[in-house]
Design a binder for this molecule. Structure first.
Ligand SMILES: [Zn+2]
Length: 53
């Protein structure tokens, strides 16, 4: 599972089907981020079971 954050932004995404999933100019890490925030859309997809990880 990967977390991505667009450079210059504090929001981390972890669903590849998130409409805001960064595809360029991003930072990626495999561990849960300890700084910034998790994307609300990713969180709602996760709880709805529609998050593609
Ligand atoms: Zn997201």
């Amino acid at each position: 599972m990967a977390y991505r954050r667009r450079n210059g932004h504090d929001t981390w995404h972890y669903c590849r089907n998130c409409t805001l999933w960064p595809t360029s100019d991003y930072k990626e890490q495999s561990t849960k981020p300890t700084t910034g925030e998790l994307c609300n859309q990713c969180r709602s997809k996760d709880s709805a079971g529609t998050c593609t990880k």
